[in-house]
Design a protein around this ligand. Structure first.
Ligand SMILES: Cc1cc2nc3c(=O)[nH]c(=O)nc-3n(C[C@H](O)[C@H](O)[C@H](O)COP(=O)(O)O)c2cc1C
Length: 163
């Protein structure tokens, strides 16, 4: 079988985040992955396709909420990852419940495992993507919820500690 370079990225277990952003009355959410860069200060990085509507709104708002997806949000993660928010309000279409953020205007998404309210510090273009380095200025965690991971195009719930 011929090796496809794009497949290697899918062998890396990734966090699953529902990235929500609002700019004035406009809002959108997309499925993405994030990694932490530094614990203190709490810096995170996300890579966002320039073609996405989310990208347009992050450029305007310079903030976003990283909703760490829970095991109950697989359907929503699939929906937000396969639809484009420019012409449709995904919050209305997918009946997304919102949580008012404490420090930023972008709302959180109800049912998530954790909510990280982030402000963009800087960005860096990489081909078709922009890397955003952002600081989490507020956060909440729902200890009762179970977070998700993504590997080989499948979602896994992280409920059994292995070490
Ligand atoms: C599990 C998963 C992870 C994804 N990760 C990213 C990502 O890190 N960056 C990105 O630009 N798109 C990512 N996507 C694709 C976007 O969610 C997708 O392009 C979305 O339709 C963009 O929506 P928008 O145009 O409303 O912003 C991911 C999709 C899935 C299902």
């Amino acid at each position: 079988m011929k090796k496809k370079m794009s497949n290697i990225a899918r062998q890396v277990p990734c966090s699953v985040v529902l990235l929500s952003v609002a700019s004035g009355k406009k809002r959108d959410a997309m499925t993405a992955t994030c990694m932490f860069v530094s614990e203190d200060p709490a810096y995170f990085v996300v890579s966002v396709a320039k073609s996405s509507y989310t990208h347009q709104l992050i450029e305007e708002a310079a903030e976003f909420c990283l909703n760490i997806a829970s095991a109950g949000q697989v359907k929503l993660a699939k929906a937000l990852g396969s639809s484009h928010g420019a012409k449709v309000d995904k919050f209305a279409k997918f009946k997304i419940g919102v949580e008012k953020s404490l420090a930023i205007a972008s709302p959180g998404i109800k049912g998530s495992y954790a909510f990280l309210e982030c402000r963009v510090i800087t960005s860096y273009p990489v081909g078709k993507y922009t890397l955003y380095l952002a600081e989490a200025v507020e956060f909440r965690v729902d200890e009762k919820a179970v977070p998700l991971a993504w590997l080989s195009n499948r979602y896994f719930s992280l409920e059994n500690p292995a070490g």
